[in-house]
Design a protein around this ligand. Structure first.
Ligand code: THU
Length: 141
């Protein structure tokens, strides 16, 4: 699939905003929704799920990846991430950048700024990334 056009981007942001309704963020109040667009045009969503332990919190982006991979889909084109409607782009945290890179080094990351949607290649957010290509697989392990 080609890079999403403006209407596909708007649809993906909308899906992330809808997902955000189900975010579980009673501790931070910082509700996040993510919508992952797959190469075959499907959309998988995720939300942040906080935990009383704080440290066990999981991010919206990793939830969307788990949902897609669990459905047997690993070919991703773009992800939209929506945090609070404060005009500040909610870019994926470092850990989520690495999780996204595992499956889609060429992913486009779409966030919302006060001026509208911002599209940034994951390669810019995670330069010189460590990935599967760095690992020498050994037969039998
Ligand atoms: N969070 C996400 O879900 N995704 C991000 O990209 C940034 C942070 C969540 C984790 C936590 O529940 C809350 O936002 C505040 O950090």
């Amino acid at each position: 699939m080609n890079a999403p056009n403006d209407s596909a981007i708007a649809g993906l942001i909308d899906a992330a905003r809808q997902a955000r309704e189900n975010a579980y963020a009673p501790y931070s109040g910082f509700r996040v929704g993510a919508a992952l667009l797959t190469a075959d045009g499907r959309i998988f969503t995720g939300v942040n799920v906080e935990n009383a332990s704080y440290g066990l919190t999981s991010c919206a982006e990793s939830g969307a990846v788990s949902s897609a991979v669990g459905a047997g889909v690993r070919d991703f084109v773009a992800i939209a991430v929506t945090g609070p409607d404060n005009g500040v782009p909610c870019t994926p945290c470092g850990s989520c950048r690495q999780i996204l890179h595992e499956f889609a080094p060429n992913l486009l990351v779409i966030t919302e700024a006060a001026s509208g949607a911002v599209t940034t290649p994951l390669r810019e957010l995670l330069p010189q990334a460590f990935g599967s290509g760095n690992i020498q697989r050994v037969e039998g392990r």
